[in-house]
Design a protein. Structure first.
Length: 366
């Protein structure tokens, strides 16, 4: 059977990672995904094609509303009969036109899958999200979420949802387990030497709170000159602002902007700690990947407790008064080693092989 998937953008972020983790671990002779995308560049494109998926491109509604509407209509008119289900992945309900067309053209199972716990978009898109919360039950048949915390913001408090499922942001734990050879190779590339390497992966965007991360690192670097290095993996609209902040602090030598990497797991191997002060999250795949590697993780107390799997994760407020707490915890953790614990992931249903089989069985039951 074939499933139509929406949710792969030009950014290889957390939502894209969830989709690809499940796609890689399905029996694709039984369940195959095709992808409807609205960006010219498609993250993981070559891998999708190598796995047998087809990518269809249409214009983004934000770029050309008329062209978007025409292309969307033509796509569903031509292809809807090929699919038993559409799996619509999104961080916002601002645009649910895909589900409307899927219903109009007879795709029987229409899944809306929530991937975030707060509005990271514009005021207008926030208003559209709130309005479409009142409309979504007309078009979706199944309601999936990454966490209960995300569910409340996304669908509304006390929402009664048909065919509701919690879909775990499972990861391939064995893929991220510590690998000393890869670790040393990447550390040599980074010229890390004996420095403690702190890392963060994520789009340079309000949600991820990079300014606070840099504030903490600046204080850390002043207290322990030359002991730490910070590597930032990702890209986004706030990049130049963050680079200017680094220059103002005078910490250019110890902060590295690495851009988007196709081999993020290799850079996680090189890290000694993972620092994650997000303003909000659903269930962060990036954090779970760091935990899968066994890294000590320092995270904000705004992140869902569901994200904590290992016992070496500590939570702190993201206030000016709490900067010292972050610094002290990072210094204390500099004497700790990684703690790889696959059993903890299996117990929490966060190991991808098991969870992908559940998704596969769901699609085959349709």
């Amino acid at each position: 059977m074939k499933v139509l998937v929406f949710g792969i953008t030009d950014n290889p972020g957390g939502m894209e990672a969830v989709i690809m983790n499940y796609y890689r671990h399905l029996d694709r002779t039984r369940v195959q995904f095709d992808f409807l995308c609205n960006t010219e560049v498609v993250a993981h494109e070559q891998e999708i094609l190598s796995l047998g998926g087809t990518i269809y491109r249409i214009p983004a509604r934000s770029k050309d509303r008329k062209a978007f509407s025409e292309a969307l209509e033509n796509f569903f008119k031509t292809h809807a009969s090929e699919y038993k289900a559409i799996w619509f992945n999104t961080c916002s309900l601002a645009n649910i036109d895909y589900l409307k067309k899927a219903k109009q053209y007879g795709i029987p199972t229409r899944i809306i899958h929530c991937h975030n716990a707060a509005n990271g978009d514009s005021f207008l898109r926030g208003c559209l999200h709130k309005f479409n919360r009142t409309q979504i039950r007309k078009y979706a048949t199944d309601f999936w979420t990454c966490s209960e915390d995300a569910n409340e913001w996304f669908f509304g408090k006390h929402a009664v949802l048909p065919n509701y499922k919690l879909i775990n942001n499972a990861v391939d734990v064995n893929f991220f387990k510590p690998n000393e050879e890869v670790r040393q190779s990447i550390r040599e590339e980074l010229h890390a030497g004996d420095k403690i390497v702190l890392g963060h992966t994520g789009r340079f965007h309000f949600q991820k709170n990079h300014p606070y991360l840099l504030k903490v690192f600046n204080e850390l670097d002043h207290r322990y000159p030359g002991k730490y290095m910070l590597i930032l993996i990702g890209d986004g609209e706030d990049k130049e602002t963050l680079k200017n902040q680094v220059k103002e602090y005078g910490i250019e030598e110890d902060v590295k902007f690495l851009g988007i990497k196709s081999n993020v797991s290799d850079y996680i191997q090189a890290m000694d700690q993972y620092i994650f002060p997000s303003r909000f999250e659903g269930l962060s795949v990036a954090l779970l990947e760091a935990e899968a590697n066994g890294l000590p993780c320092m995270i904000s107390d705004t992140i869902s407790l569901a994200s904590i799997v290992n016992d070496n994760v500590k939570m702190f407020p993201i206030t000016d008064e709490a900067v010292d707490k972050w610094v002290e915890a990072i210094e204390e953790a500099s004497h700790q080693s990684k703690h790889f614990n696959i059993e903890a992931f299996e117990k929490r249903n966060l190991e991808i092989n098991t969870e992908a089989k559940k998704m596969q069985d769901f699609f085959l039951s349709l």
